[in-house]
Design a protein around this ligand. Structure first.
Ligand code: DC
Length: 220
């Protein structure tokens, strides 16, 4: 088992960007666990599997060959779906399939295997609570709702910001209130509010925490 840096938090808090940069700086593998839920959601939409059919969704999650490749590329069953998993339809569907326990169990097992052979920075909603409860470094990255909408608006300039705000609020509510592995801060995670911080400041702060918790030669 390698070192694990777990970064959890709501949509738009800046997890992906900072996790990717940290992984680069540390020479760790970056793992975007949300991309895996998105890949299962995409497959379900394509197969017209109802998003409340827990049994079939669990089968898809178990059968899915999901490869997270360098430069943000995501392959599903050998096909490059990197762009296809970022549409608003898939975003909404991912939050629904992520509420299903059987889907989570399948993907959590895949995530745990990914950290067997290398050091990872993994971001998601339940990485510090469920996937790697013993991770040496856990960060709960947050930002206030207005700021999170503003950041998403920068990434999706064509979507009206009221619509973005409504989508983020709905997704947050579902991610935080679901019965299975809801988004919550692990008791031993460091809470970091990025609302008034630059990306560089967030990165430096997390690096400081990493240095204080991971000393040479010790395992996570
Ligand atoms: O981070 P993201 O927006 O790509 O995640 C897509 C959805 O997947 C999101 O609604 C929450 C869910 N998710 C999850 O439940 N657990 C994770 N570890 C990662 C994402």
């Amino acid at each position: 088992m390698g070192h694990v840096i777990a970064i959890d938090g709501p949509a738009g808090a800046g997890k992906s960007t900072v996790a990717r940069r940290l992984a680069e700086r540390l020479g760790f593998t970056f793992i975007d666990s949300g991309a895996m839920y998105r890949a299962v959601a995409l497959w379900a939409l394509r197969e017209a599997v109802p998003l409340d059919d827990a049994h079939r969704l669990e089968q898809l999650a178990n059968a899915a060959a999901i490869d997270l490749l360098p430069h943000n590329r995501v392959h599903l069953n050998g096909e490059d779906v990197s762009e296809a998993i970022r549409t608003p339809e898939v975003t909404a569907a991912a939050s629904r399939v992520a509420a299903i326990g059987g889907v989570r169990a399948a993907l959590v097992a895949k995530q745990q295997r990914m950290a067997e052979a290398s050091n990872v920075v993994m971001e998601g909603r339940d990485i510090g609570t469920v996937v790697f409860p013993h991770a040496r470094v856990k960060i709960f990255l947050d930002a206030d709702a207005v700021e999170r909408v503003r950041r998403r608006a920068g990434e999706q300039p064509h979507v009206p910001s009221e619509q973005l705000a409504a989508q983020i609020a709905e997704r947050d509510e579902r991610d935080r209130s679901r019965a299975q592995s809801p988004l919550i801060q692990a008791p031993d995670a460091v809470y970091l509010d990025s609302t008034r911080l630059t990306l560089e400041q967030v990165e430096e702060e997390i690096l400081r925490i990493v240095r204080s918790r991971i000393s040479n030669g010790k395992e996570s």
